[in-house]
Write a new protein. Structure first.
Length: 153
């Protein structure tokens, strides 16, 4: 049986520790090479400062894009979103639906109803403002139907 002295055990333990440290050193060097690849040797502090600057710039860009999106959403509410057209016959003796009512509304149901009435010898156009789905002037049956369809679309 082999008997080891305390000195031999300590020496073997130190040898194992040296091997572990060499392996750790190799792993750390490999990681550092990956961190500092693609340029001249820099210290870790300058690399971190550069990354912080890039992150700050990206945060500013994201804030700007978010403001732009909010402005677009706000503008979109004011844009015409709902449009409906109804053709109808304004004269009993005329056989075709040449008159029309057109409703154009934004996201808050503000807009107008445009009516084109075909008469025997001319065409007349009327426009009636709509605020929050309510007309400012009395609407005809066809205009009311067109407005209701537009608000539902």
């Amino acid at each position: 049986m082999i008997q080891l002295t305390l000195e031999q055990i300590a020496l073997a333990g130190l040898a194992v520790l040296v091997i572990v440290f060499i392996i750790q050193n190799f792993i750390l060097r490999k990681k550092l090479k990956e961190i500092f690849k693609g340029g001249t040797r820099k210290n870790l502090e300058s690399v971190l400062e550069e990354q912080i600057k890039k992150t700050d710039k990206l945060e500013q860009e994201v804030k700007k894009h978010l403001e732009d999106i909010l402005n677009i959403k706000s503008d979109f509410k004011k844009a015409t979103q709902k449009v409906e057209v109804t053709r109808f016959n304004s004269l009993e003796e005329s056989g075709s639906n040449q008159s029309f009512a057109l409703a154009a509304l934004d996201g808050q149901n503000n807009g107008y109803v445009l009516t084109g009435l075909y008469l025997r010898d001319n065409v007349r156009f009327y426009i009636k403002p709509i605020e929050k789905g309510s007309p400012k002037f009395k609407l005809s049956k066809e205009e009311e139907e067109t407005l209701e369809k537009a608000m539902k679309s």
